[in-house]
Design a protein around this ligand. Structure first.
Ligand SMILES: Cc1cc2nc3c(=O)[nH]c(=O)nc-3n(C[C@H](O)[C@H](O)[C@H](O)COP(=O)(O)O)c2cc1C
Length: 180
């Protein structure tokens, strides 16, 4: 199973839209199961003082870790640029996961990153920072990291990805990541 993670809890996030699109295009290229974890749907139970104890982990996170993060052989982390970095909510998620079964969750797994921004950087710096954190957690970060900059120009009025160059870029990226 491959897990796609949308890295923000902002309601109505465009990152979630891209995550859904990426799920469809990845699914067209493989018979493997592709699951989606949207931080946007995970508003409760993440940030609280007991989160640093295994026993204090919320039931919601515990379930997601058992059903999604641990069984996934590969991860796709899609993160927007917030203040020149990736969202704090995504770091909270990684910290919360790391206190419970870190080896089963992270070690030796392959992960690829996709960045999104309304500005011109495409979260390039945030993906670099995320690479450092994921490597610290013993993950193998894929070399190709698409940066979707000026995201507003790539979507139609329903916030669906329609830009042909970006669709082709993501299709090729998915193909390569499946062989990684
Ligand atoms: C708290 C916050 C900080 C942001 N900082 C940046 C930034 O530093 N650079 C940038 O290009 N866009 C920035 N944005 C805009 C996002 O790139 C934009 O919302 C885009 O749609 C992707 O994020 P989303 O998934 O929340 O929609 C920021 C948005 C928020 C909510």
């Amino acid at each position: 199973m491959i897990l796609i993670i949308s890295g923000t809890n902002r309601p109505g996030s465009l990152t979630s839209k891209i995550a859904r699109h990426y799920q469809k295009l990845l699914q067209k290229q493989t018979t493997e199961t592709i699951e989606l974890f949207l931080l946007e749907d995970f508003q409760e139970g993440l940030l609280h003082t007991e989160m640093y104890e295994t026993s204090g982990q919320s039931q919601l996170l515990n379930d997601a870790q058992k059903k999604l993060f641990i069984p996934a052989k590969k991860w796709v982390v899609i993160s927007p640029e917030y203040n020149g970095s990736y969202p704090g909510a995504l770091k909270v998620l990684l910290d919360a996961l790391s206190v419970n079964e870190p080896d089963l969750t992270f070690r030796n797994k392959k992960v690829t990153l996709i960045g999104i921004s309304s500005g011109r950087a495409g979260n390039w710096l945030g993906m670099d920072q995320l690479t450092t954190v994921l490597q610290y957690l013993n993950m193998h970060v894929f070399y190709s990291k698409p940066a979707l900059r000026q995201i507003g120009n790539l979507l139609d009025e329903n916030s669906e990805l329609t830009d042909p160059k970006t669709i082709s870029l993501l299709e090729n990226h998915a193909k390569e990541f499946l062989f990684y």
